[in-house]
Design a protein around this ligand. Structure first.
Ligand code: ADP
Length: 270
């Protein structure tokens, strides 16, 4: 069997991306997209060339979080007849390099729920990898859908990931699912796997005390148990939610606890 043209294009393009990093979570709502966006921005702040692929069909909001609104995506036609989309870029003050962004959200009308069959979702994600003019990148960051679904499996079989970052909250239930996501990445042979704990604690705005809302140290214990790295804890930061609603990643607000946490995580990662 030969490789189909789309898969071949992905294989050709991935040679131009130094590190391919997937961001996953066992379940939704733990801050997976927030972590993906802030890691990307922290890397761009440090001068790396970063591409972000928003592959979360259920809530494709990475583009908005990066300040890129849904826009007409331009495409270029190639001699063999295939088209390649030009990824929109963001360029915030505080970033050294602009970030290239592609999203499932660009491909569907904003008010339409995406009710695609799994195989169509897989095809769409593959197109966002292989039919986009990404060019050469230091980091390609993929925000996967939550859970351990088929699409993740297929994409991970096509693309050779260098790292998988699993995002969890310290809560017990999230952790059970997190274990599954870690094991999926192990089974796929991803060489570097690490856990990031989000919404770890809250700094009381009045007294400055640390409050462990959801228990303590769960993410780190899980990482230990699974024998993977623990990259760090991100506190609940009221400004983080406000910032992401405004399309500005919190890591650009230097003096916040969340920004400091994300910069530390990136230092550990690279
Ligand atoms: P997921 O991608 O896992 O579904 P999101 O990244 O969309 O989760 O985050 C869910 C919500 O929680 C968003 O409104 C986001 O702004 C908020 N959020 C995530 N992390 C934090 C944090 N550390 N502090 C405050 N709010 C956060």
């Amino acid at each position: 069997f030969g490789t189909d043209p789309l898969t071949q294009r992905i294989k050709d393009k991935e040679k131009e991306w130094t590190y391919k990093i997937a961001v996953l979570s066992g379940k939704g709502g733990v801050g997976k997209s927030t972590v993906a966006v802030n890691l990307a921005t922290a890397l761009a702040k440090k001068g790396y060339f970063v591409g972000v692929l928003d592959a979360d069909v259920h809530g494709p909001n990475v583009a908005k979080m990066l300040g890129v609104e849904k826009e007409e995506v331009l495409a270029e036609k190639f001699e063999d007849g295939h088209f390649e989309m030009i990824p929109p870029m963001n360029d915030f003050m505080g970033q050294t390099t602009p970030i290239k962004v592609m999203s499932m959200g660009f491909l569907v009308p904003p008010d339409q729920p995406i009710i695609w069959r799994g195989s169509l979702v897989t095809k769409a994600i593959k197109q966002l990898l292989g039919d986009v003019k990404w060019g050469s990148l230091d980091f390609m960051i993929i925000d996967f859908p939550p859970g351990t679904g088929d699409q993740i499996l297929t994409v991970t079989q096509t693309l050779k990931l260098d790292a998988a970052i699993i995002v969890t909250t310290p809560q017990e239930v999230a952790l059970l699912d997190t274990g599954k996501a870690v094991n999926m990445m192990k089974q796929m042979g991803v060489p570097y796997i690490a856990v990031v704990e989000n919404m770890s604690y809250l700094i009381c705005p009045h007294c400055g005390n640390k409050i462990d809302l959801f228990g303590e140290g769960g993410g780190e214990k899980l990482a230990q148990k699974e024998g993977v790295d623990f990259l760090g804890k991100v506190p609940i930061d009221v400004k983080a939610r406000e910032a992401s609603d405004n399309g500005i990643p919190i890591v650009l607000y230097d003096d916040t606890a969340a920004a400091k946490a994300f910069m530390k995580i990136v230092e550990k990662l690279i």
